[in-house]
Design a binder for this molecule. Structure first.
Ligand code: NDP
Ligand code: MG
Length: 384
């Protein structure tokens, strides 16, 4: 039985993780969760599990939750997320599942690595912003960092038993998002509801918008570069509209191995939770009799400038990834609040990156400082 410490329990990945824990009560014991704006969901989860720690948004919420769960330890704010990540620090079998959205997930990930706790990572912004810090820490801490993101989980499945020196390139598939058939001119007028209507996946709002701009694919390429320690030029995106192939690896003998499954995040979550064991499926099997073809389309970088920008920021290095992510978080939040148009997301992010003076190898403190400054200046300008 493994103890699970779950950051972001009230979100899309968090809820699916909880479903899995409920399906395998002999294998996992949920003892700590965090939530942010969804107090009701926190209470609901708390009523189903014997939680020892609950992390909430602020002090006011903490007193509400304390009254409902007087025996649990209640923590709040960013430090509460860290408290959760290192709770029961001597529990060497326990796993931290990081299903937070945004770079708020970085510090708790680092804290967990420092106590040698294994991590299942959905929170890709952690690697986008702090990949260089995490890479260094993993050299001295024997921690397993397992990817939940479907593309990275696919690659991880594919490379089992292979010599990673024989990898020629990683081929990351992309659905192209809800606007893949629109011209750039038509993108000027798309609405929030249209942007939130992803063709293949049901996910949290932020990643759904990131999929529409393809910033998500840029983030995933950076994520893959860190996770698999591979040169970014050897990671290629390709449009695969149905999201049946979750990614591929091409080896030096030109053999290409793909991982396929029904698009359902429960598969990557469960694979990471049980690794190296496979368990009976909780998802619908693929039925090839119902699939007439699997299409591929080249990615047009002009069509998706944020994808291109993400790769450039990685290559430029230093704090450019911090600014890229911070500006994107701010712009997506403004778009979700209907303060800006869809294409404004691109221009806001590009202008923040263009105006940034790179800090080489930023420390965690510098990252948080640059993140805050970037977000503040964007919100000040647009949040009227
Ligand atoms: P959601 O928005 O559905 O959930 C995010 C979680 O983080 C919620 O529990 C939310 O709490 C919490 N949260 C939000 N803001 C804060 C904050 N400032 N401080 C503390 N907690 C906060 O996101 P997803 O589940 O969709 O995504 C989670 C991560 O997984 C993201 O990094 C995403 O890119 C990645 N991912 C998601 C996939 C998916 O299918 N959803 C697929 C692949 C990767 P509350 O809801 O209570 O406000
Ligand atoms: Mg993904």
């Amino acid at each position: 039985m493994k103890n699970v410490y779950l950051l972001g329990a009230t979100g899309s990945i968090g809820e699916q993780t909880i479903d899995i824990i409920q399906e395998f009560p002999e294998e996992f014991n949920l003892i700590a969760i965090s939530g942010y704006s969804s107090l009701e969901k926190i209470i609901e989860i708390g009523s189903k599990f014997n939680l020892q720690l609950i992390a909430v948004k602020d002090e006011a919420d903490a007193s509400v939750i304390k009254a409902v769960f007087p025996d649990a330890k209640i923590v709040f704010g960013p430090s509460g997320l860290s408290d959760l990540a290192v709770y029961n620090k001597d529990d060497k079998e326990g796993i931290l599942i990081n299903a937070l959205v945004g770079m708020v997930g970085l510090k708790p990930t680092i804290d967990a690595i420092k106590i040698d706790r294994d991590i299942l990572l959905a929170n890709k912004e952690t690697l986008v912003v702090g990949g260089h810090l995490i890479k260094e820490l993993l050299k001295i801490h024997p921690v397993k960092l397992y990817p939940i993101d479907s593309e990275h989980n696919a690659i991880w499945q594919i490379i089992q038993g292979e010599d990673t020196n024989t990898i020629k390139q990683l081929i990351i598939t992309a659905s192209g998002g809800p606007f893949r058939d629109l011209t750039r001119d038509k993108l000027k007028n798309v609405t929030l509801d249209e942007a939130l209507n992803h063709p293949n996946w049901s996910m949290g709002k932020k990643i759904t918008i990131d999929s529409a701009t393809m910033m998500n694919k840029g983030f995933e390429i950076i994520e893959a570069a860190y996770l698999f320690d591979i040169d970014i030029d050897r990671i290629k995106p390709i449009i695969q509209e149905d999201s049946i192939i979750h990614s591929m690896v091409e080896y030096i003998d030109n053999s290409i191995v793909a991982q396929m499954a029904t698009p359902d995040m429960k598969l990557p979550i469960i694979y990471a939770m049980f690794y190296p064991k496979r368990v009976d499926s909780v998802i619908e099997p693929l039925d090839f009799n119902k699939i007439s073809n699997i299409n591929f389309k080249e990615v047009d970088y002009k069509r998706y400038p944020l994808l291109q920008l993400a790769i450039e920021c990685y290559k430029k290095g230093g704090s450019n990834r911090t600014v890229l992510n911070a500006a994107n978080e701010a712009a997506v939040s403004l778009f979700l609040n209907q303060k800006i148009s869809f294409l404004d997301i691109e221009s806001i992010v590009k202008s923040a990156v263009d105006n940034h003076k790179t800090v080489i190898d930023p420390s965690l403190e510098e990252i948080y400082e640059i993140d805050q400054l970037t977000k503040d200046s964007i919100f000040k300008r647009y949040n009227k």
